[in-house]
Design a protein around this ligand. Sequence first.
Ligand SMILES: NC(=O)C1=CN([C@@H]2O[C@H](COP(=O)(O)OP(=O)(O)OC[C@H]3O[C@@H](n4cnc5c(N)ncnc54)[C@H](OP(=O)(O)O)[C@@H]3O)[C@@H](O)[C@H]2O)[C@H](O)CC1
Ligand SMILES: [K+]
Length: 442
Amino acid sequence: MTAHRPILAAAAMRTAEAAATCGLTELMERAGRGLAEAALRFAGPMPALVLCGPGNNGGDGYVAARLLRERGCPVRIAASGEPNTDLARAARSQWNGPIEALDEAPPAPLLIDCLFGTGLKRALEVAVSEALITLVEASHIAVAADLPSGVEADSGARLSPVPDFDLTVAFGALKPAHRLMPAMAGMGRVVLADIGIDAPGPWFEIGEPVLPSIAPDAHKFSRGLVHCLAGEMPGAIALSAKAAAHSGAGYVRISTSLPIAGLPLSVVQVGDAQVNDPKIGCLLVGPGLGKLPQLLTLALVSHRPKVIDADAIGHIGEPGRLKGQDAVLTPHAGEFERLFGALPGTKAEQALAAAEASGAVVVFKGPDTLVASPDGRIGFAPPAPAWLATAGTGDVLAGMIAALRARGLPAFEAACAGVWLQGRAAERAGASMIADDLVAQL
Ligand SMILES: NC(=O)C1=CN([C@@H]2O[C@H](COP(=O)(O)OP(=O)(O)OC[C@H]3O[C@@H](n4cnc5c(N)ncnc54)[C@H](OP(=O)(O)O)[C@@H]3O)[C@@H](O)[C@H]2O)[C@H](O)CC1
Ligand SMILES: [K+]
């Protein structure tokens, strides 16, 4: 996996901040500087209004305002109340200008929201929320410090109505909310200000994958054989097979009881399913399976790596049935809840719980797709085009992951790479795409 941006939950963020050798005052200075520079780079030196809340998010605002003024920007500050941390009080004491009351402050072309960040615990007071929305709507450009105020850092929930921002500047690490709905939809461009926090951890935003190169002495089997089990609706598995072939599998085979029309000749159709053929790099079952649970049972007899998608998920019954199967599971929200039930916690916590319960890598699909591994890793997908919400894109993703697995990527990396590549293929295909067009972009 190439460079990817770390994601830390609020508690982990606080731990990492406390451990920073430079100390919290310097961290706040760096956060404020990162915010000022990102705002300048994005908006230019237009007159700014910085909204400061009571905590350290507000502290970042006092620092950013001072630095913007030093850079010659006309800056005003409006505060929602007195700072309630020493850090924020110290930052405010270095601001030698007036501080307006939030509910009386006129708007400005550049609005920088430093009301709340990872410390938000409840809905904003109505007056504060209304002032924020009014001032954002009256601005030309709106920038959020760390998180748009009203967003809950770990869940991506909106505890209050949150206006849409043009830019969100995350400090130290991304938070889950930066890549979870509904919060991620209103953040605009998300940039990460490096403030010297060492943020190792098992959660990250999926970055561009490094794919296995093709050996000079490769042959079709060494490049990876994907074996697809066709079910009642062969069109779906055909889409998966084509996606697998275009994702670099050296050999794609479909076992089917009826010939499937419209497949490339290079995709081999056979009548029998030798699911323990040692040449199989990855088995794929589920797309178009319909009401044939026996095909899932057959797939689970195989000792080969496998991708279990779509209808097959509905036939699993007990998640523990997948233990030891070396499986990647690719449920959308409905399939997820039917198999795992209504799990508590954030989407990230639910995905992890599912991975642990099944022993499988779980691709919890949606506009905010997560890839969770039983070992605790979570890859959060970067934003992908909404037009991926069209029939068959799940079949394509399943075929892509099967091919990447067959090419030698471990299950978790293959799933992350497939999710990332599908998002980029959709961007290239454009808004009028249908799933078939995705295959042409692989
Ligand atoms: N990531 C980094 O390295 C750094 C992050 N920094 C910034 O610090 C914030 C987190 O600061 P924190 O003080 O923990 O919390 P907030 O500023 O987000 O919230 C302020 C306080 O507001 C109170 N609160 C919570 N919800 C509400 C509400 N709905 N209405 C009113 N007040 C609310 C709460 O105190 P209570 O006792 O009243 O609950 C919060 O303490 C982080 O996001 C970064 O921006 C630092 O710059 C250091 C570096
Ligand atoms: K904020």
